[in-house]
Design a protein around this ligand. Structure first.
Ligand code: IMP
Length: 183
């Protein structure tokens, strides 16, 4: 789906599919160089990170495994609840593994800071974070995101895996959702 397919729902496109593709290749090359000689375990955060995981992992040349966690932080609204719950846990044991958490977006940072601490607590050899988007103005927690795609304004965005009430995940671009859609 392209932005023109849901133009009436959107305010404006902020990052295009082409820009995401270019950035993904850059991030993959950087990650490959940093993990040279080490096997990496990519941990995708469901559901939003599905697109990032799919594109980033295929752009990488490193030997890797993938696993998934599902956590709840938003419910059905557009504001972070601050409470993180594990809805689906990993199937691979992270003990002594080099873990790279793959996230769609860092908003308040609450989800990621919880996940980083949680995975370090399980004895991972290292835990780093790759996120395609970050809203610097919304950050309330200090979280070290080693690989970041784009810093974006503090607006509610949809597309490239990011949803509103389950919709727009298949939008190729990332766009600010029109306020009339939720206010
Ligand atoms: P945080 O814990 O506040 O950093 O929120 C992280 C999670 O909230 C992300 O993984 C997304 O699933 C969701 N989220 C944050 N901002 C947005 C947004 O603008 N649109 C859609 N989902 C978002």
């Amino acid at each position: 789906m392209d932005a023109k397919d849901v133009a009436a729902d959107l305010d404006r496109v902020i990052v295009t599919a082409d820009e995401i593709a270019v950035k993904t290749a850059e991030l993959a090359a950087q990650i490959d160089a940093d993990y040279a000689g080490r096997e990496v375990l990519l941990v995708g955060v469901l559901n939003g990170a599905v697109m990032v995981m799919s594109d980033l992992s295929r752009a990488m040349r490193s030997r890797l495994k993938m696993d998934w966690m599902a956590v709840s932080s938003y419910g059905a609204g557009t504001k972070s609840s601050g409470v993180v719950r594990i809805l689906k846990d990993l199937t691979i044991d992270v003990l002594d593994k080099h873990v790279l958490i793959v996230e769609d977006i860092v908003d308040t940072g609450l989800t990621l800071s919880y996940l980083v601490d949680n995975l370090k607590g399980r004895g991972a050899a290292s835990v780093e974070v790759a996120a395609m988007f970050r809203k610097p103005a919304a950050l309330t927690t200090v979280v070290n995101v080693k690989y970041i795609g784009f810093d974006i304004p503090n607006d509610f965005v949809v597309g490239y895996g990011l949803d509103f009430n389950g919709h727009y995940r298949n939008l190729r671009d990332v766009a600010v959702l029109g306020k009339h859609m939720y206010s």
